[in-house]
Design a protein around this ligand. Structure first.
Ligand code: IMP
Ligand code: MG
Length: 218
């Protein structure tokens, strides 16, 4: 049975929330415009994604592959929800983890090259059901590159979950199997999404100010 996947859409004119209504680290107060996805909402959506994933993949051992560094928070929280499902139902599925590090960004621009700069030996994924866990899909190049790399190692099944998908004319048209939220074409930080390594230590997903792009430029 095919199940229609819907994902919440954050509109282009989303006002979000003033920084003052939530807790934001003092060192970032000047750098952020608004909170657009509060941490609690990320968690609520992640809980449901876990349920959908277990429904579809829950008959065989799953290898969850975290795309570092941006995916680490989402990965950890998603796996906690999958674990909770596993330990509270009559049906459960073994879950193992793997990590890969990719880099495609400099400042707020996606570069054309996607580099694998670390992680486990991909040959361990041969014959497995692999769940790739990513923070955000923008052009889709990173994911398309990773998927083609992975296919050389012949996994049994590959599904991709991305917490965010950006609505952008730069998109290749690639769509992950599971999407947390569809977001406007702005540069987003927080919940492990970074700008030149800053803002991973922020719980909510926020829009960066133009001034902050200058301040943290490399
Ligand atoms: P893509 O290859 O253009 O789809 O870009 C995907 C990668 O770029 C993601 O894995 C992120 O690491 C990074 N990225 C894209 N947009 C953003 C953003 O708004 N904030 C932080 N990182 C981003
Ligand atoms: Mg990423």
């Amino acid at each position: 049975m095919s199940v229609r996947m819907i994902s919440p859409t954050i509109p282009d004119d989303e006002k979000g929330y003033e920084l003052d209504v939530f807790c934001v680290p003092k060192h970032y107060e000047e750098d952020l415009d608004r909170v657009i996805i509060p941490h609690g909402l990320i968690m609520d959506r992640t809980e449901r994604l876990a349920r959908d994933i277990v429904r579809d993949m829950g008959t065989h051992h799953i290898v969850a592959l975290c795309v570092l560094k941006g995916g680490y928070k989402f990965f950890a929280d998603l796996l906690d929800y999958i674990k909770a499902l596993n330990q509270n139902s009559d049906k459960s599925v073994p879950l193992t983890v793997d990590f890969i590090r990719l880099k495609s960004y400099c400042n707020d621009q996606s570069t054309n090259s996607v580099k694998v700069i670390g992680g486990d030996e991909l040959s361990t994924l041969t014959g497995k059901n692999v769940l790739i866990v990513e923070d955000i899909v923008e052009t889709g190049k990173t994911m398309e590159t990773l998927l083609s790399l992975l296919s050389e190692y012949k996994p049994k099944m590959v599904k991709v979950v991305s917490l965010l998908v950006k609505r952008t004319p730069r998109s290749s048209g690639y769509r992950p199997d599971y999407i947390g939220f569809e977001v406007p074409d702005s540069f987003l930080v927080g919940y492990a999404l970074d700008y030149n390594e800053y803002f991973r230590d922020l719980s909510h997903i926020c829009i960066l100010t133009e001034g902050a792009k200058e301040k943290y430029k490399v």
